[in-house]
Design a protein. Structure first.
Length: 66
């Protein structure tokens, strides 16, 4: 989708602000989920995967000759 890592980081920060919860622990060694983030992931992952799968079905096949 041509999104830069900085843009993703900004969107995640906006999500955290909107939720009023910290989802990630950010440190010098990288980033990890907080307990709240892990709970949010568990509650949303299946639904987001279903959206991604539906979107992939709509996309034209890149290997078709046409």
């Amino acid at each position: 989708m041509n999104v830069t890592p900085g843009a993703v980081s900004q969107q995640l920060k906006l999500l955290e602000q909107w939720l009023g919860q910290r989802l990630f622990d950010r440190g010098s060694r990288g980033i990890g989920l907080t307990a709240t983030g892990a709970s949010f992931h568990a509650a949303t992952h299946r639904h987001l995967r279903a959206i991604a799968t539906a979107a992939e079905r709509l996309r034209p096949q890149h290997n078709e000759v046409g």
